[in-house]
Each structure stands twice: as C-alpha cells, then as structure tokens.
Design a protein around this ligand. Structure first.
Ligand code: EPZ
Length: 422
C-alpha cells in the first residue's frame, strides 16, 4: 500500500493542464454498450476507476483497449454476459451506470447493488424507479438488481427528483436506456451537471435524439439503433477546482489550461469572495492568491450550485481563514470523513448535523492522517502542502481513483510529495 510524505509549507506556481473528466468518462464508456461496434474515446484519464470500468465492460463481452495514442477503444460488437459483478461494483459504485445501457441493448441485466461508501448512503431507488417507468420489470435478489425488458422499453414522462435533488448517475442510466425505447421519454428533474450534458452530446453523436440538454427537462425520442462513436470527453471540473484550491491554499499562482470556467461559476464565485483572483485565460484560467483567505459560507447543491466533490478541498482552504465559515452539505449529508483528519492537522472544525463550522486557524501542522475517500484525500494533500512539517497520508489509493499521478503534477509546481510503498 502506498503512502505520501508531504513537506510544507510550499508556494505553488506554474502551469498545469487539466485532464479529461473521470465522471464524464464513466457513463460515456458504459453507453458504448448501446451500439454494436468500436467506439473511440479521447481524453479519458488514466485512473484506477477507469481501469475498473474497462474490466467491467470486458466481463460483459466488450473489448477495451488503451491505444498507444492514449485513446480508449471499446468494441461492443459482442455483449453476451449482461452481468455486473459485486466484486467490481463494491470497488466502484459508478459501475451501476451499465444498468440502463445493458437493459436497452440486451433486454436483460443483472447488476450488483453497489454497497454504501465512506461518503454515506448511496441508494439507487431513483435509477430503478426510472427504468421501471420505461417498462422494465425489476426485482432484487441476493444483492443483485435483476432487470428485464424482453420486448424492449417504452417512452414515458418520468419525474426523477429525490430528497436531495436530481441524481447524476440515475439520470445517466435512464437517459441511456431511453435512447432505444419506443416513443418519447421526458425526464423531469434531470441532473444538469456538465457530465450529463457530455453524455447526452455523445449519445446524440451516436444517433440518439435528445433535446433540452443541460436543462432539468430532457426529451428523448427513441431510435431503433445507435452507431459507434468517436468522442472527446470534457475537462474535469473537479480536478480543475482542486488545482484552484492548491493555488489558493499555498498563496501561489497557477495557470490552468483545458479548464472550462463556465462549468465552474459557483466555485469561481466562492474563490473570488475569499480574495482569490480567478481570471479567464484562453481555454483556461489563472488563479492566484497573496495571503490567507477571507471567510465564506458554502452550501453544496446539484449543478449549477457548488459541487459536493469540492466541499472537502474548500474546507481545508477555509480552515486557514481569518474567522468562522460555515459549510453545509446538501447532497451527501454525511460526507465529512475528512473533518477528524483535518482536525488532526490542527484545524478547528466542528460538525453540526449536515454542517461544519470552520473556525479559522493561523496555521496547520503536519500529522499522520488517513485518506478515507477520493475527495477527502485530495483535501488532505492540499492541507499538507500548507501545513508546517511532514504530513504522512495513508491509503493514497483513494486519491489514485480520481487524480492521475497527482504527485508528479504537483511537484513541478513547487510541491514536495514523495510516494512510498509500505
Ligand atoms: C455522482 O454520483 C458522482 N459520481 C459523484 O462523484 C458526485 O459526488 C455525485 O454525482 C453528486 O454530484 C460519478 O459521476 C461517477 P447522485 P451519483 O445520484 O450519481 C441521492 C466523486 O468523488 N440519491 O447524483 O452516485 C444520493 O444519496 C464522486 O467523483 C437517491 O436518493 O450521485 C445523494 O444524496 C463521489 N436515490 C443525491 O441523490 C438514488 O437512486 C445525489 O446523488 C440516487 C441518488
């Protein structure tokens, strides 16, 4: 198992290119199932979650190849085993996004219920309800979702909102399935995240008829078949946000290329509010800070609100603010595993239900800490770069799930991170 040793404090400066989006790539990879033939995806990042998703597709019968050019090819000519194994789904919850495409392509799917995870309950009731409304018969057996639609799916008006708003992967599943359903489907309260826009654009390039893309009301006119596609995924707005916080927390200056600021307006708004400069720069942006941040209140929400996937990173940043900030988590109310670890580094954080009161401290101090999930571990890396001393982060495999060789990208900018196998 790998650990990170991170020396701080450092000041970052330089330029970094943002990779393709993990969370756009995963449902797009799954949607390749819908068309028999070879699809080519560009910009798919080299991450363990992507590798696991490739293994899942191979179990279904697809051939998945990382080409020497960096493209990912998925040949879905054969999909003869519509089975999503628990051994894979327990590692990567996003594997659930094969459910809709498999059902549409094969008329049947047997996919493990994903387990809970460190960020809280991860129910899939909205996925199941949506697919049921398209006519699928679905029951649960021994931890598996057994879904059947031997005569195909039929379009319908579906409301997909839940207690915490829209669902990203639930929308992806129902949207993908509806492309091949008979007639018209309307998804009301669809997720509007850029990753869903990217999936819809990709599906349309495959021959689907989706309109209302980017709005909470998606209209899908079913077609009889889809074609394989060549497609480039969007830049990763969460990776970009993490590098923005890296610039801010180290009072540094970073130029981010391949970063769409228009996908990050809530994030740029909060950064500017706390005194960080964020300026548009051809196809990217420049982020700079000169001192400790001012305080800010943050509430996570579905897009275009502030993303839950950057909540932990902003908590690390605000822990150094001059005063009190409040962070409210409205998407995953239990997503606070990083609170205790940041407190080990001398932050002053107090959890109150789905909120954390962040009392700013003058400095963070290095300590041994434990990465608990992907974004929580990113927050620890950020805190460690600002903290005095050498922080040891255990279980860095969590960060490898979503950030490609993070130490190799931060070190040239001025960080001092070494990876060791223990
Ligand atoms: C996606 O997860 C992302 N994962 C998550 O990123 C991200 O945190 C999340 O969206 C919210 O933006 C991928 O794209 C692979 P949801 P998803 O369904 O789709 C509730 C990361 O760090 N809900 O939008 O699984 C749910 O409990 C990951 O990269 C139901 O009630 O999230 C939550 O409160 C972690 N019933 C809210 O909806 C359901 O059937 C939003 O969850 C489904 C969800």
């Amino acid at each position: 198992m790998d650990i990170f040793l991170i020396d701080g404090p450092v000041r970052l400066s330089g330029s970094v290119t943002i990779n393709g989006s993990k969370n756009a790539s995963l449902p797009i990879m799954a949607s390749a199932i819908l068309a028999g033939g070879k699809s080519i995806l560009r910009g798919v990042p080299d991450l363990s979650d992507i590798t696991v998703c490739g293994q899942l597709l191979e179990q279904l019968g697809c051939k998945v190849v990382k080409e020497p050019t960096g493209e990912l090819s998925i040949d879905s000519t054969v999909v003869d085993n519509p089975f999503g194994d628990y051994e894979i789904l327990r590692k990567m919850r996003a594997g659930i996004c094969i459910l809709g495409p498999l059902l549409a392509r094969c008329g049947r799917a047997e996919v493990s219920m994903p387990g809970g995870c460190a960020i809280g309950d991860r129910p899939v009731n909205l996925h199941i309800n949506g697919l049921r409304q398209l006519g699928a018969r679905i029951h649960l057996k021994s931890g598996y979702i057994i879904a059947e639609a031997p005569n195909g799916l039929t379009g319908k008006e579906i409301f997909m909102g839940g207690p915490f708003g829209s669902t990203v992967l639930g929308t992806a599943n129902v949207l993908a399935a509806a492309t091949l359903a008979r007639g018209r489907t309307v998804i009301e309260s669809a997720a509007c995240e850029p990753e869903i826009v990217d999936l819809a654009n990709c599906l349309n390039k495959m021959g689907a008829k989706i309109s209302g893309i980017g709005s909470p009301r998606l209209t899908i006119d079913g077609v009889s078949g889809l074609e394989p596609v060549e497609y480039e995924v969007i830049a990763d707005r969460i990776e970009a946000g993490t590098f923005m916080v890296a610039a801010a927390i180290t009072a540094g200056e970073l130029k981010l290329t391949n970063c769409r600021l228009r996908h990050m307006m809530a994030v740029a708004d909060r950064l500017r509010h706390i005194g960080v400069k964020v300026e548009q720069d051809n196809g990217g942006c420049v982020v700079s800070a000169t001192g400790p941040p001012r305080t800010a209140d943050i509430t996570t929400q579905p897009y275009p609100g502030f993303p839950t996937d950057l909540q932990a990173q902003f908590m690390a940043l605000l822990s150094l603010a001059d005063g009190n900030s409040v962070i409210i988590e409205k998407v995953f109310p239990d997503r606070f595993m990083h609170v205790a670890e940041l407190n080990r580094m001398a932050a002053n954080l107090r959890k109150e239900g789905p909120a954390v009161i962040v009392a700013g401290v003058k400095k963070l101090i290095a300590a041994p800490v434990m990465a608990s999930d992907l974004r929580a571990s990113a927050a620890l890396v950020l805190a460690a770069m600002a903290a005095e001393g050498t922080t040891i982060i255990n279980r860095v495999y969590h960060i490898d799930r979503g950030y490609e060789k993070i130490e190799q990208r931060l070190n040239p900018l001025g960080a001092s991170i070494s990876r060791q196998s223990v």
